[in-house]
Design a protein around this ligand. Structure first.
Ligand SMILES: Cc1ncc(COP(=O)(O)O)c(C=O)c1O
Length: 381
């Protein structure tokens, strides 16, 4: 290693586990003792805590963040002939959920500064979809890298056209916009508890948030094989999509340290903003009124390969989210794209990379200074 500080992990799950290991061991032991591995008491308890944390009226856990999207779309009756508008610059699950249901993911561009869905591009895509004979049915606004999307802007356009708004908050749990926590925006919100997410379990997990009583009932039925009033009464086609009791028990313990972790993520983001302000890389923009959960700290530079290489040389790991927009992916390139173009998504996939982001960086300021120094040494200017 060089004169720089001890190597920082890109995401450090081990540091968090070390901090709360005794509580986790006890929580898992309690589940082993009572033996209710499926829909046990911890699942209900955690759902109550999710409601309390977010302020959402209903919170239903499920097997993962992809199923969470699918559950909502199924409850809304989305299928063949329906256009579901999705940003092209996102994780594949956002488009996978509507595609799996036989609906058409319709690709929309994102804003180049926030990385989130562009309301103007969405507006154009609605017109385009009708010309293709599709019914504009739903839009999935992704809170990319932790920052809430412009849900108000999207909702205004969507509701005027009878389109439902689903917020994909897989990366933004813990964030907020204009005082509303993620979970309280759109017609429904989903999240993921994949281990690397801001609130992650030790396996797969997800949740749906809604204020609609009707959607809550439907989603509860769908996640339990389309269950009716009795266990072996199947009133609709559903899924097997439940959060394991052991994962709920783990999440209950992790939620206790989550507020501190969110603060530490925010402090690291501030340290990056302060120390990298004069560098050649372009820093992420957080819109006024938004609080990001900082799932990732994603920067832009036309010299991405060189910069990532220089950081690697001084022990700083980086990663690219996402190297290819969805409309160019083999499995998705046959789906329609907004007629005004998807240039921001294409440009971003060639220029973005993410710096280490987790709550357990030992000295955020020193770490950010080390990165600034390495960047100065590679600067072409
Ligand atoms: C934006 C987005 N949507 C959906 C998902 C799907 O979540 P999961 O991996 O829990 O299925 C992810 C996570 O990987 C994601 O980042």
């Amino acid at each position: 290693m060089s004169e720089y500080s001890a190597p920082t992990q890109f995401i450090d799950l081990a540091a968090q586990q070390k901090l709360i290991r005794p509580q986790l061991d006890l929580a898992i032991s309690r589940v082993l003792d009572h033996g209710q591995y499926i829909m046990g008491p911890e699942v209900k308890e955690f759902e109550g805590q999710l409601r309390e944390f977010t302020g959402a009226k209903h919170a239903l856990t499920c097997a993962n963040g992809t199923d969470a999207l699918t559950l909502v779309l199924m409850a809304w009756g989305i299928g063949q002939g329906d256009a579901v508008f999705v940003p092209s610059f996102t994780y594949v699950a956002t488009a996978e959920a509507p595609a799996q249901l036989g609906a058409t993911p319709f690709f929309v561009d994102v804003c180049e500064d926030t990385f989130n869905i562009d309301p103007q591009s969405f507006k154009q895509a609605i017109i385009d979809s009708r010309e293709l004979g599709l019914k504009p049915a739903a839009v999935i606004a992704v809170d990319l890298f932790g920052q809430p999307a412009d849900v108000d802007g999207i909702t205004e356009i969507a509701h005027a056209e009878g389109i439902k708004v689903l917020v994909d908050g897989a990366q933004s749990f813990g964030g907020s916009s204009k005082g509303r926590k993620v979970g309280c925006m759109g017609d429904a919100t989903t999240t993921s508890f994949f281990p690397a997410k801001p609130l992650g379990c030790y396996g797969d997990g997800g949740a749906v948030f809604t204020s609609s009583e009707e959607d809550k009932e439907l989603i509860n039925s769908i996640r339990l094989h389309g269950k009716g009033s009795e266990k072996y009464d199947n009133v609709r086609i559903g899924l097997n999509s439940r959060l394991d009791t052991i994962q709920a028990a783990i999440l209950i313990e992790k939620l206790k340290v989550f507020p501190n972790e969110l603060e530490a993520r925010g402090d690291l983001a501030k340290a990056y903003a302060k120390n990298l302000a004069d560098s050649d890389i372009c820093l992420p923009t957080v819109e006024a009124g938004n609080v990001s959960a900082w799932a990732q700290f994603t920067v832009k530079t036309p010299f991405r390969a060189d910069v990532m290489h220089a950081l690697k040389a001084v022990g700083i790991p980086t990663a690219i989210y996402y190297p290819k927009p969805l409309h160019l992916q083999g499995g998705y390139s046959h789906y329609p794209v907004v007629s005004s173009g998807i240039t921001n998504s294409e440009n971003l996939s060639e220029t973005v990379f993410s710096l280490p982001m987790h709550p357990y960086v030992v000295d955020a300021d020193l770490h950010a200074k080390n990165i600034a120094k390495a960047l100065r040494e590679t600067s072409p200017n």
